[in-house]
Design a protein around this ligand. Sequence first.
Ligand code: SF4
Length: 247
Amino acid sequence: MIGCWCRQPGKTCPFRGCKGNKNIIFAAEMNRRNYQSEMDRLIDELQQAGRVPTLLLHVCCAPCSSYCLEYLSRYFETTVLFYNPNISPLAEYQKRMDELKRFVGEYPFIHPVKVITSDYTPSVFYESVKGLENEPERGRRCHICYRIRLEETARLAAENHFDYFATTLTLSPLKDADKLNEIGQEMGKKYRTAYLPSDFKKKEGYKRSIVLSAQYKLYRQNYCGCVFSKKAIPESSADQASQASGI
Ligand code: SF4
């Protein structure tokens, strides 16, 4: 809240003309980290050094991967990791994984992109989120879900000597990008491997993913992934498989 008028009760904010709590929110916004800029700065440095590092990229689905891979494959030699024990049921897991492989097979990437997948292990997710079944999306259950996936990505990145690891999850407007980056950095420290910060929805990344999804006719799910998010879909939209709410 540095230097913000908003801290003075009763005064009008010269920037937004508002009073009270709104001002505090504005001041907090000013202090938020811009993870996309951090990534861009790092990429600039890598480019200047003439380096094309290796990246292990956690991917949740083909639509989210589309923009992220289009962008990252210009600068990294990328291996995509499909590890999502949260997804339910198995048929949905298989469908998202197959669609991801199809997209990677069809898109003309600048640097090579490979895909590795994991077995379907939903018990890992259910055991971790016990007692949090009724949490809203973006709540504590989701934070654990982010952690499960980022931890496995960091572990594999360290074990296989990747230069960086990252996740496509920050593309979604429904996900908490600050929390994701916080967990990513924590996992980077824990496994002694470099986390690549991101906020892919900045620079119109989410809009571009919609365009690419249409162009490649990608399956776009209408729920985030777990059984709890599926139950939360409003009745009226349950049959609309192309809605964006899932990503
Ligand atoms: S709503 Fe999405 S992020 Fe949250 S727990 Fe379910 S699958 Fe994970």
